[in-house]
Every structure is written in structure tokens, then in C-alpha cells.
Unconditional design. Structure first.
Length: 343
């Protein structure tokens, strides 16, 4: 990665950030300066109250410049080839003259402090492409905080002129739902899997996907990939029609050997044309914004509650009663809620 792609700029003093810096950051973002964009993302990732309030000023400035990109989510189990696909698709779009930003949500990073994009050898070509901006995942915090940071990072990237924003997430846990609720197009990537493995892809994730890709359609894996594709197509027939009338597409690709990338880009074009014809993107984004409003309040209230000393004490007592089988979950939960919320 080149210095401008390094996600944390050591010279950026987050603690001393003030409104003048915000104006400078905004000016930089407007001029499509990647260093300003990096600093701005570092700021919005902070959960510190003072930073939040300064960051909200920046978000307000950027909002009118945002909303014009294609927001694409890519999910799949580790090893399916997400990074390889983003590298291939990203370079393809860059060659077409587009500006690409890549963001990531990695739920495991809260535990390991690692990140799915942390390995610098990944996306080798894309990471040095001046038309691309790659940002490793927000590395810490609650899922609510990480989702907020990623949503806001999308806005900042849009304000900085990025036309296609790809958000990568590992296909585990709740992060798909979060990413699904911040993108226009949700792509599920799978490897050539045997029947059983394919069943392992949660139905819920398949239902969220707008496009399903079977990767590694190359060499010895070709037949397995084709079989997987057929199974997916059969499964798709059983899904009910969608409100937006989009027929979910499934296709083969070899991200590693760059085969099928143009075909994918055509499917993506068709998806956006279809959504445009139905005016669905705007409607989808409004619904997503409302979802996030509720979700963020819910998650923030919960975090606030769970971290308070009073709640910790009450929870400890409740746990003891439950483990001693003196009480049950709901009795204890009501007791805690009544004493804290006083409904
Ligand atoms: P991720 O964890 O989903 O991001 O997966 P990666 O992109 O890191 O890829 C996991 C492994 O699969 C790597 O060793 C890749 O080289 C390999 N891989 C990715 N795409 C392909 C492909 O199209 N064909 C083959 N044969 N291998 C691939």
C-alpha cells in the first residue's frame, strides 16, 4: 500500500481536532484528497463523545455531496475469494475510468484486532492504483459502532468522488445484515462447494443476495463450480418473487484468472438499470436509513446499559439466581429493567 492508503496517519492528532481542522478536512475531501479522506475516516471511527460531535459537523458538510455512488456489498465465507474478486473487479472498473473505494466490516476484528484487509499483500494492484482507495475495517468497537463508522465512511468516500464503493464482509454473524442495510447491491460469493457445504450457506444470506457468484471456476474446480451453480439456481426457483421484481442472478467466475469479470460487470449494470427503472434505489436507501436509526438507538442504548456499573451489579445477581435455578430469565430481566428504566 502506498502511504496515502495507510489507514491511520500517525501525524493526525485526533485528540486535538477542532472545527478549523474539520473545515480543512472537508476542503480536502472535496478536492478528492485521499489523505484528508483517511483522516476523516479515522475521526468518524472514534467513539469518543467529543470526536463524535466534531465528526457530526463533518458529516453534515459532506451529506449534500454524497449519495451518488453505487454501493456494493460483498459477502462470503473466509477463503471464498472476496479479496481476489474485489481486486479483479476493482481493477476492471478503474480501467473503465471509475474511482473505486473499498471498505470492510470484520466482526472478528473486535476480538483479534486484526482485519480482513489488514494483510497488505491482498489487492496488490488495486491498492497502488491511484483511482482506488482501500480502507481496512474499523478495527474496534461494538457492531453498532462499526456499522455506523462504515455507513459514514461511505458518505465520506462519496463526497470524495468515489463512484463505486465496495464493502466487504465476512460471511459470519450479524455483519451481513448490517452491510445489507447500507448497500444498494448485495453480492454473495461462494466457492465450488459440495452439496452439504452449499446447504451451510444460511438461507437468510441467500435471500438477501441480489447476485450470487460461484468463484474458482477454473482448472480442476470447474465441474464442482458448475454443479454448485446449478444447485444455487434450483434453490433460487423456490424463492418467492421480490418486491422490486429483480430476478436474482447466479453466475460463475474465476477471480484469480480474471475470467467472467466483464460478465459480472454486465449483471451489475443490469441490476442498477433495473433498479433505476423502478426508482427502487432511492426507496431502498430511505428504508435503510430508518432501519439504521432504530438499530443504532437500540444498540447504543444496550451498550450504554450493559456498561453501566448498576447494570453490571444487577446482572451479576440475576445470573446467580438463574444458575442456582431460583429464577428464570424473564423474571430477572423484568426485575432489572424495572429498576433501571422505571416504566
Ligand atoms: P477471502 O477470504 O474470501 O477474501 O478469499 P481470498 O480472496 O483471500 O482467497 C482465498 C484463497 O482462494 C486464496 O488462496 C486465493 O488465491 C484463492 N482464490 C481466490 N479466487 C480464486 C479463483 O478464482 N480460483 C482459484 N483457483 N483460487 C482462487
Amino acid at each position: 500500500m502506498t502511504p496515502e492508503h495507510t489507514h491511520i496517519n500517525p501525524d493526525f492528532k485526533l485528540n486535538r481536532t477542532n472545527n478549523t481542522d474539520i473545515k480543512k478536512l472537508f476542503a480536502g475531501i472535496k478536492e478528492h484528497d485521499t489523505l484528508s479522506l483517511s483522516k476523516a475516516i479515522t475521526l468518524i471511527e472514534s467513539n469518543n463523545k467529543k470526536h463524535r460531535s466534531i465528526a457530526s459537523e463533518l458529516i453534515k458538510l459532506c451529506l449534500p455531496l454524497s449519495g451518488k455512488s453505487w454501493r456494493i456489498g460483498i459477502t462470503g465465507t473466509p477463503g471464498a475469494g472476496k479479496s481476489t474478486l474485489i481486486e479483479a473487479l476493482g481493477n476492471y472498473y478503474c480501467e473503465l475510468g471509475k474511482k473505486i473505494a473499498v471498505l470492510a466490516i470484520d466482526p472478528s476484528s473486535t476480538i483479534t484486532k486484526g482485519s480482513i484487509l489488514g494483510d497488505k499483500t491482498r489487492m496488490e494492484k488495486l491498492s497502488v492504483n491511484p483511482r482506488a482507495f482501500i480502507r481496512p475495517s474499523a478495527s474496534a468497537g461494538t457492531l453498532g459502532g462499526v456499522a455506523r463508522a462504515t455507513s459514514e465512511a461511505i458518505l465520506l468516500c462519496e463526497a470524495a468522488g468515489y463512484e463505486i464503493i465496495m464493502i466487504e464482509t465476512v460471511g459470519v454473524g450479524q455483519s451481513e445484515t448490517e452491510v445489507h442495510n447500507m448497500v444498494d447491491l448485495f453480492i454473495l460469493l461462494t466457492g465450488p462447494a459440495a452439496g452439504d457445504e452449499l446447504q451451510g450457506i444460511k438461507r437468510g444470506i441467500m435471500e438477501m443476495a441480489d447476485i450470487i457468484l460461484v468463484n474458482k471456476y477454473d482448472g480442476d474446480l470447474k465441474t464442482a463450480a458448475k454443479n454448485s451453480l446449478n444447485q444455487i439456481k434450483n434453490a433460487l426457483h423456490l424463492f418467492p418473487p421480490r418486491a422490486d421484481n429483480w430476478m436474482v442472478k447466479a453466475a460463475l467466475v474465476s477471480a484469480l484468472y480474471n475470467e467472467g469479470i466483464e460478465n459480472i460487470s454486465k449483471i451489475i449494470d443490469n441490476y442498477f438499470l433495473h433498479q433505476q427503472a423502478y426508482n427502487s434505489i432511492e426507496e431502498k436507501r430511505k428504508k435503510q436509513e430508518l432501519y439504521r436509526l432504530n438499530k443504532y438507538i437500540e444498540q447504543s442504548l444496550f451498550n450504554h446499559f450493559i456498561n453501566s456499573e448498576k447494570a453490571k451489579k444487577l446482572l451479576d445477581e440475576a445470573k446467580k439466581s438463574i444458575l442456582l435455578q431460583k429464577s428464570n430469565a424473564y423474571l430477572e430481566a423484568d426485575k432489572i429493567l424495572n429498576s433501571i428504566l422505571k416504566f
